[in-house]
Write a protein that binds this ligand. Structure first.
Ligand code: CA
Length: 223
């Protein structure tokens, strides 16, 4: 893959460059926002790894700009800030995932595999009248198209892949978010409520159910 690393800390940038190069990726490294903006304009990347604290601003700005231009290039934000609201903000800005520094290289590879896989699977998952087209990144309910953010889509996809199974918050957090997390985070509940507002609101039969004390389940209970 062609990967752009936006990181101003030479040690981390070097570590990423060496590791990803060894994995067979072609990596460009830039150290500030201005260089990142230029790089994405001249080159087509398969993945962006973006540090948030750059000398000239927040690295997420470049992701936000790409998303505004309808560019879905997978992006993972690298952050030293281990606060839930900032992670949620990162996902709001269009990042597909985040990693909190310091992280293990193996963990980065797993995150890369997850965010790049999300877009290319050739699956079509159906739960009742809800259809998740993994390849096209499209979701419809009763034939009507729904607009989901990347993170909402990732969560819905995982629910659809495990339809009928009760999924705990911890499991959802591990599967859809990073493995480094604060176990008290309410990010799962927050995103479940976003998802509900999109897939269930206005429909007489909800598909996303709360199982008290256990978690959530996506299933068609009308059948
Ligand atoms: Ca930095």
């Amino acid at each position: 893959m062609r990967i752009l690393v936006v990181e101003d800390e030479p040690k981390i940038a070097g570590f990423l460059l060496r590791g990803l190069d060894e994995e067979g990726h072609r990596v460009d490294v830039v150290a500030d926002l201005a260089a990142a903006r230029l790089a994405v304009r001249v080159e087509r990347y398969d993945l962006l790894l973006v540090d948030r604290m750059l000398p000239d601003g927040d690295g997420l700005a470049v992701v936000r700009e790409l998303r505004r231009a309808r560019d879905r290039t997978p992006a993972i934000c690298l952050t030293a800030r281990d606060r839930v609201e900032e992670r949620v903000e990162g996902l709001y800005s269009g990042a597909d995932d985040y990693l909190v520094k310091p992280f293990e290289f193996e963990e980065l590879l797993a995150r890369i595999a997850a965010v790049t896989r999300r877009g290319v699977g050739a699956e079509r998952l159906e739960v009742g009248d809800l259809v998740v087209d993994v390849e096209a990144h499209r979701v419809t309910r009763a034939g009507a198209e729904l607009t989901l953010t990347a993170q909402e889509f990732a969560l819905l996809r995982y629910f659809a892949e495990n339809a009928g199974r009760v999924l705990s918050r911890t499991r959802l957090l591990d599967a859809v978010w990073a493995t480094t997390h604060d176990p008290r985070t309410n990010v799962v509940d927050v995103y479940v409520s976003y998802l509900r507002a999109k897939i269930d609101k206005g429909f007489p039969q909800p598909l996303l159910h709360t199982v008290r004390g256990a978690g959530y389940v996506l299933e068609d209970r009308a059948r």
